[in-house]
Design a binder for this molecule. Structure first.
Ligand code: NAD
Length: 321
């Protein structure tokens, strides 16, 4: 098969590229970002890296015509980015998504859209089923623009599905693993990892009782591949995640333990110190992953302890290379 992955040079996209290359497929990555995460694939004749944007409509059209299946992962991701640049977040995640869907619709190519657990906002009733309510804050608070942008993307997906396009929406829950963000920035794992590598304290926001459901990247990718290949997933939104809750404080302790002897300790900080006034964390995010297990036939295989050890090993080797 020929697969287009927008945002394919990012964290998840690079692992998804690995999975399709391993299956023997041909992969086209369209990404504005750095090449680092897919450098290992460049020698592979079935891998094509196109350094361009989903706003290049002619290119998007020609790629949609050539491939059999489209994964749309390109997005502005990460709290620091969407709080700093709401315009770019909304533009890429809403208008860019429309560009991808329009091109796919022209040629009748299935799209898998990568959405997020953030769409549920701060709905206090967990675990979240795919058709549960979205509970969000005011539009005057930039923090909600990412959640809203992805939800609008989802609405476009379902609208195109009504027009006859096969579309599946996957909602990821805290995926982590090798090649996540740069250390010290991005998501919780890489922030703690950067602190551990420097021997600095691990900064836990609030009292650390807020939870995450960490999902190792190979489990998330297995579900993502299945979502693209299984026609039973068409027209569905599917939570992709492990349903085991871990508090941020427990996760900090686990990383300290797996790291071995270190000067790093845990330091509690306020949310405002880290993200400023307009950010609001979600206390609990838990997927009901019944659909992932029954519709896609995917059972997560990697425990948090094993996955964290694997990811830490990778980041340590990177830092020493
Ligand atoms: N990793 C997670 O836990 C998680 C959770 C929820 C949702 N997601 C979603 O999964 C997708 C991939 O996330 P990720 O963690 O790999 O993030 P990432 O930032 O590593 O990947 C996103 C990629 O999109 C690219 N991109 C941005 N604007 C673009 C444009 N205009 N044209 C082409 N490419 C562009 C970036 O260069 C980047 O490589 C995103 O859509 C994200 O919203 C991820």
């Amino acid at each position: 098969m020929r697969i287009l992955i927008t945002g394919g040079a990012g964290f998840l996209g690079s692992h998804l590229s690995d999975a399709f290359i391993a299956r023997g497929d041909e992969v086209f990555v369209l990404d504005t970002g750095a090449i680092g995460k897919v450098r290992h694939l460049l020698e592979q004749p079935r891998f094509h890296y196109i350094h361009d944007t989903i706003f290049n409509l002619e290119l998007l059209d020609s790629l949609a015509a050539r491939v059999d299946l489209i994964y749309h992962l390109a997005a502005v991701v990460g709290v620091e980015h969407y709080v700093a640049d709401p315009y770019e977040t909304l533009n890429v995640n809403v208008n860019g998504t429309q560009n991808v869907l329009k091109a796919a619709y022209k040629y009748g190519k299935k799209v898998v859209f990568s959405s997020t657990s953030e769409v549920y906002g701060r709905n206090p009733k967990v675990p979240w089923k795919e058709d549960d309510d979205r509970v969000l804050g005011a539009t005057t608070i930039d923090r909600w623009c990412y959640s809203t942008s992805k939800a609008v993307g989802e609405h476009f997906c379902f609208a195109y599905h009504k027009l006859g396009l096969p579309v599946t929406v996957v909602r990821y829950f805290n995926v982590y693993g090798p090649r996540l963000d740069k250390v010290d920035v991005g998501r919780l794992f890489t922030i703690f990892m950067g602190q551990l590598l420097r021997g600095a304290d691990l900064t836990v926001i609030g009292d650390g009782s807020q939870t995450r459901c960490f999902t190792y990247v190979t489990d998330a990718v297995a579900a993502t591949v299945a979502a693209g290949l299984n026609p039973a997933a068409d027209g569905h939104a599917i939570n992709i995640g492990v349903d085991v809750e871990t508090s941020v404080l427990e996760f900090a302790h686990l990383m300290l333990e797996l790291n071995g002897p270190t000067k790093s300790r845990i330091r509690f900080v306020t949310q405002e110190e880290v993200y400023g006034k307009s950010y609001e964390d979600i206390p609990r995010r838990v997927p009901d992953n019944t659909k992932m297990r029954t519709l896609l036939g995917i059972e997560p295989k990697v425990s948090l302890r094993d996955g964290t050890a694997l990811a830490m090993k990778w980041f340590r080797e990177e830092a020493n290379s």
